[in-house]
Design a protein around this ligand. Structure first.
Ligand code: AMP
Length: 563
């Protein structure tokens, strides 16, 4: 073969992209950055530098390996709120080669048990305050041999159950005490499993998504882009999104890359402590689902505080109502809408309007979209017959994505083949998101609905999200969820469930008129079935639980008025 026919080999070093690399970088180069954990106590929050977290992560890894014999890719679960010890676990477990499995503490007991058994977790690191939740599960957790208890909380809740289940109980601080503060992190293959998270699964069994070192590393770099969250070591991020909800949207890893300080709310997620945290600790950025921001807005309206530090807010997880975005604009907090899934690590899009729209009346319209795809995420829209739809901002279809931090399968338990159900993955390997929407020519995604939430009325589709957004713009409406209910004539029609603000004087006829006149909703899309509820039921990650509403309606549990 002549030299000209040779393949040109890259001269670049083949250095694996590892979580341990992010830890080492963060804990040395950004060693003085801090994780501040709210305690709700007079003596104030706990503060730990990235350098201390690096040292303690090494101690935790020593303890897991030497005292608990964790080896290889064994799963170590966490049942914890957001705080600095959870960050230590985030880094120690993958860095030593094991797999971090974050457990959603809001799931029903049966689902939690199923998930722990499916992942075959060997160790659970749990907050003391969550032992009453863990103890009754222990007899049913087939693979768990050790529970490590962190922080305050009555340990006696565990005693009997642990003995009966043959589980050894350890204290987090006692395990760490005296261990070396450095660890010779192994040189792993970047494609090995680093962490796993189960989807909040509204139908069927939850599905496991396993992130690799490489996917976490690449995703973190994308979170840090200026066109993404774009934070630096001058920022402090209030991480409200739980660490068990898709890696807290990648913030713990991304912040260790750039030295962004973290403010962790622990279990104090109610509007009043959040408002106090913001006033006292002065974060510049925060991330959470819309329901948290709805609550905070009501709190700040009732009890105004100085929240001027918080200029950037990332909202995702479900659609951000325009009225909420406007209200936060008035408070000086700029909301950036983002879209993602457990399956996408999660950042899939973020809505930073294009430069030419800044300061024009187009800017707000762009901010309302779910956002623009970054270079690492490819997207396409598929119509009902499997046809590709154009990016024209009008053709609505199911969104499919692929990329280096998007899952190509679901985890199917130790030694079994990964699952690739046909309704979740295309034949050529793209993830079918189950989200329906349009994409504009410049790559901005606008979601109109979840495929399963869209209302199919007489062969036409009605967007439940559009109706909800229009309703929540009414001053008397605190929250609104719209679901499809069966209808003899049309197949399905929308049912509007509304949470009214205190002292509200409006009625359903007025709300319906408001939807038509102010919301621009077409007449045939206006709901004729209405009900007032005290709160909209929420899923384990704080989204509207429409499945529960549909069930309540079917069982006659809602007091529905027909207009
Ligand atoms: P999860 O895996 O629990 O994070 O849920 C992912 C789903 O949340 C997506 O498939 C969407 O249906 C929904 N979602 C996430 N972000 C948004 C958003 N910005 N707007 C509308 N829906 C969203």
């Amino acid at each position: 073969m002549s030299p000209r026919e040779d393949t040109v080999l890259s001269t670049m070093q083949d250095v694996p992209l590892l979580v341990s690399r992010i830890l080492t970088h963060g804990s040395t180069i950004h060693g003085s950055s801090q994780v501040t954990t709210w305690t709700g106590e007079e003596r104030g929050p706990r503060r730990r530098s990235f350098a201390e977290i690096g040292a303690r992560a090494a101690q935790l890894a020593h303890a897991l390996r030497e005292d608990l014999s964790v080896t290889g890719d064994e799963r170590v679960a966490t049942l914890m709120w957001n705080h600095s010890e959870h960050i230590e676990a985030y880094f120690a477990i993958p860095s030593m080669g094991a797999v971090l499995h974050t457990l959603n503490l809001r799931l029903p007991a049966a689902q939690l048990t199923w998930i722990v058994n499916h992942a075959a977790d060997r160790v659970v690191i749990a907050d003391g305050s969550l032992l009453p939740l863990l103890a009754p599960l222990l007899p049913h957790l087939k693979t768990v041999e050790h529970v490590v208890v962190n922080g305050p909380g009555d340990r006696s809740a565990l005693t009997g159950a642990a003995d009966a289940a043959g589980v050894r109980v350890h204290d987090y601080e006692e395990l760490l005490a005296g261990k070396p503060t450095a660890y010779d992190w192994p040189d792993l293959d970047e494609r090995t499993a680093a962490a796993m998270c189960y989807t909040s699964g509204t139908t069927g069994d939850p599905k496991g998504v396993v992130y690799s070192h490489r996917s976490i590393y690449l995703h973190s770099m994308q979170v840090n882009l200026a066109q993404s969250m774009g934070l630096t070591d001058r920022d402090t991020s209030l991480v409200v999104v739980p660490q068990f909800h898709v890696n807290a949207w990648g913030l713990p890893h991304a912040t260790f890359m750039t030295g962004v300080n973290m403010l962790m709310p622990d279990r104090f997620l109610q509007p009043a402590p959040l408002a106090e945290m913001i006033e006292r600790e002065r974060p510049t950025h925060a991330a959470a689902v819309p329901t948290i921001w709805q609550g905070l807005l009501a709190e700040l309206t009732a009890h105004p505080r100085d929240v001027a530090s918080l200029t950037q807010v990332t909202i995702g997880g479900s659609a951000c109502p325009p009225s909420l975005m406007e209200a936060f604009d008035r408070l000086g907090m700029r909301v950036f809408h983002a879209w993602g899934m457990t399956e996408t690590s999660p950042l899939g899009t973020i809505a930073r309007p294009p430069a030419h729209t800044i300061g024009t009346d187009q800017e707000f319209a762009y901010r309302l979209t779910q956002g623009r795809f970054p270079a690492g995420v490819e997207a396409r829209l598929t119509g009902p017959g499997g046809e590709r739809l154009p990016w024209d901002g009008e053709s609505a279809g199911e969104l499919e994505v692929r990329g280096a931090w998007i899952t190509g399968a679901y985890y199917n338990g130790p030694d079994a083949e990964p699952l690739r159900p046909a309704d979740k993955f295309s034949e050529d390997g793209w993830l079918k998101t189950g989200d329906v929407g349009t994409i504009s020519a410049d790559g901005f995604l606008t979601l109109t609905d979840r495929a399963k939430d869209v209302i199919k009325s007489g062969g036409e589709w009605i967007s439940s999200v559009e109706l909800e957004n229009a309703l929540m713009a009414h001053p008397d409406v605190a929250e609104a969820a719209v679901v499809a209910v069966p209808d003899d004539k049309w197949g399905e029609r929308p049912l509007a469930t509304v949470v009214l603000r205190e002292g509200a004087t409006t009625d359903f006829t007025a709300l319906r008129a408001f939807l038509a006149e102010e919301g621009g909703i077409a007449k045939w899309q206006l709901p004729e079935r209405w009900t007032v509820v005290e709160t909209v039921p929420k899923t384990s990650v704080g989204k509207f639980d429409k499945k529960v509403l549909r069930r309540q309606y079917a069982e006659g549990g809602l007091d529905v008025e027909q207009l």
